[in-house]
Design a protein around this ligand. Structure first.
Ligand SMILES: *[C@@H]1O[C@H](CO)[C@@H](O)[C@H](O)[C@H]1NC(C)=O
Ligand SMILES: *[C@@H]1O[C@H](CO)[C@@H](O)[C@H](O)[C@H]1NC(C)=O
Ligand SMILES: *[C@@H]1O[C@H](CO)[C@@H](O)[C@H](O)[C@H]1NC(C)=O
Ligand SMILES: *[C@@H]1O[C@H](CO)[C@@H](O)[C@H](O)[C@H]1NC(C)=O
Ligand SMILES: *[C@@H]1O[C@H](CO)[C@@H](O)[C@H](O)[C@H]1NC(C)=O
Ligand SMILES: *[C@@H]1O[C@H](CO)[C@@H](O)[C@H](O)[C@H]1NC(C)=O
Ligand SMILES: CC(=O)N[C@H]1CO[C@H](CO)[C@@H](O)[C@@H]1O
Length: 499
């Protein structure tokens, strides 16, 4: 009888295994890009200049390979090919971003560019015709230059400028776009930008810029969400959130648990608590911690802005789901006296005297800030649920960098290991994850790394004027996951036809 029992048990095990690798019915897969990283055509027609155009032209040496996004993937001209790739992968949706200055050359709605609108209409219509939904980011870092010259995200009026821009794009595209993200990664827009000076507009403002910007992006997001809720939701029935960049932070040892929690509130909470928590406002402990840091640095009082009660209510609850970009993890411990602390977000945590480390068994990628820790994505989502309740989570970016080459076994392993953790979140932790977005559809201008590192499912030949795209092995793998609705993909998955 033993052999029969063994056969039955292994059949049960195989059955469970297959089932456990299946995604829930209705789970959706997408891939993402961003306007400045793919579009090129920086000076066509009446497009206005944005802060990335100016930053890379004025400071070519800040980009590793001295490159820029003037042409990038030339998606402005290759949009039909982009749609074809999205379709052959079987994507349920494509996440793209709108270039503010391409639509509103002055940044303000006094003038709408016909050519800019036509480009996005072609792209959106083409996707819809193939049955692919659009997830549209309204702002992915390319601020029109005239608004930057008035202070950009440090000018409180930005909330109104952004609301006006949002009204234009909801009006133009809202009939076909049902998933909106107001702002991509505000922690990069604010903290990385003003604390490091190495992203556009390249303006360093330590201890001040990031804090002011932090408040203004929240107000801008909130106004754009409320506008949709009030004037567009009943007509278009879409959903709006923002995409936060979440670095998962753990204590380096038990004695740093409180520090780790404060660091999570600093990294995630400053851009989430005001929107997603029941009570709203800044996260617990943060105002006090930053005030202390400011006084220590010699300021007479805290540089961190407070919210009025009215502002707390304006921002609180302005979401229809949680949009999460996730890449990597860190361990945190107390800094040693005199220890050199680098700045947020991929450095240390100077305001909290926290030193970041990585675990020995997290393998390195080709990018200095990126270590692989698949369990981090699951722990991050469990933390979100514990903090903000049972929200719907859409993973709006996840992916890994490699060097050039079509045989990207490490990327396949990455998607497999991270998606396994997503399945565990859903099935073991009861987290309501409904969307997964691969970053990125194709290689593109990777900000400070230029074209030296590649995140694409498709390789792009940047030497070729046509910017030819070729599927990597990971593209076949991802297409097969989507087709199979499971991580249990057939062994012959590379036989799928991609062009
Ligand atoms: C646009 O920029 C390119 C460089 O990327 C330049 O060669 C071209 O002359 C510019 N076109 C116009 C109309 O200014
Ligand atoms: C501190 O770290 C920064 C960034 O890595 C480096 O440029 C600087 O030289 C370091 N300073 C000291 C005193 O080690
Ligand atoms: C790293 O080691 C920890 C502790 O042993 C373990 O829980 C975790 O699963 C390991 N992670 C990886 C990526 O191997
Ligand atoms: C997940 O969230 C969506 C949207 O709110 C909801 O329709 C769905 O029922 C939720 N699923 C679970 C398993 O809670
Ligand atoms: C890709 O590389 C791996 C590891 O080097 C190798 O096992 C595999 O056969 C290669 N696949 C292709 C299609 O070349
Ligand atoms: C893989 O092999 C199976 C069985 O031979 C076949 O039915 C299926 O069509 C193949 N898949 C692809 C993508 O060619
Ligand atoms: C839903 C689906 O197509 N499932 C298939 C995934 O791949 C495994 C292994 O080839 C098949 O057994 C499933 O039927």
């Amino acid at each position: 009888m033993a052999w029969l029992l063994a056969v039955v048990l292994s059949a049960v095990a195989a059955g469970c295994y297959a089932k456990d690798l299946d995604f829930p019915a209705g789970f959706k897969f997408g891939a993402a890009t961003a306007s400045y990283q793919v579009e090129g055509a920086w000076n066509v027609s009446d497009k206005g200049v944005n802060i990335w155009d100016k930053f890379v032209h004025d400071n070519p040496s800040v980009i590793k390979d001295l490159s820029n996004g003037d042409v990038a993937c030339d998606s402005y001209h290759n949009w039909e090919r982009d749609i074809e790739m999205a379709a052959e992968l079987g994507l349920d949706y494509y996440r793209l971003s709108l270039s503010w200055a391409r639509i509103l050359p002055t940044g303000l709605p006094n003038k709408i560019s016909e050519d800019g609108v036509k480009y996005y209409n072609n792209l959106i219509d083409g996707l819809v015709a193939k049955g692919i939904d659009c997830m549209v980011t309204i702002y992915h870092w390319d601020l029109p230059l005239p608004l930057q010259e008035l202070g950009g995200w440090t000018n409180p009026l930005i909330a109104d400028w952004f609301e006006d821009y949002a009204r234009v794009v909801y009006t133009l595209f809202g009939d076909r776009v049902k998933l909106w993200l107001t702002i991509n990664e505000p922690i990069v827009v604010c903290d990385a930008t003003y604390n490091s000076g190495v992203t556009a507009p390249g303006y360093l403002s330590p201890d001040l810029g990031a804090y002011i910007c932090n408040k203004h992006v929240l107000l801008a997001h909130a106004k754009a969400w409320r506008l949709y809720d009030k004037e567009f939701r009943s007509k278009f029935n879409g959903r709006v959130s923002l995409a936060n960049h979440l670095l998962w932070i753990e204590a380096a040892s038990d004695k740093y648990e409180d520090l780790a929690e404060l660091a999570r509130q600093n990294a995630v909470g400053r851009y989430s608590h005001p929107i997603f928590s029941k009570e709203g406002g800044w996260p617990p402990g943060i105002e006090e911690a930053i005030a202390k840091a400011c006084i220590e640095k010699g300021y007479p009082k805290s540089n961190f802005p407070s919210f009025t009660l009215e502002e707390i209510e304006l921002v609180r609850g302005t979401y229809d789901y949680y949009g999460m970009n996730h890449y990597t993890s860190r361990l945190i411990r107390d800094a040693l006296p005199g220890e050199n602390l680098t700045v947020w977000p991929f450095g240390d945590c100077p305001d909290l005297h926290g030193k970041m480390e990585t675990a020995e068994n997290w393998s390195e990628s080709v990018v200095y800030w990126f270590y692989l820790n698949p369990e981090g994505i699951r722990k991050q989502m469990a933390w979100l649920k514990q903090q903000y309740g049972d929200l719907e989570i859409m993973i709006t970016e996840n992916g890994m960098p490699t060097y050039a080459g079509l045989n990207d076994t490490t990327r396949i392993d990455f998607y497999k290991s991270y998606l396994e953790q997503v399945l565990l979140s859903i099935k073991e932790d009861g987290v309501n994850v409904t969307h997964y977005t691969a970053w990125t559809l194709m290689d593109n201008f990777e900000w400070g790394d230029g074209y030296t590192t590649k995140f694409g499912l498709y390789e792009v030949d940047f030497e070729d004027p046509k910017r030819t795209r070729t599927p990597r092995e990971s593209a076949y793998y991802y297409a097969s996951i989507i087709k199979n609705h499971s991580l249990d993909v057939p062994a012959n998955y590379t036989d799928i036809t991609l062009s």
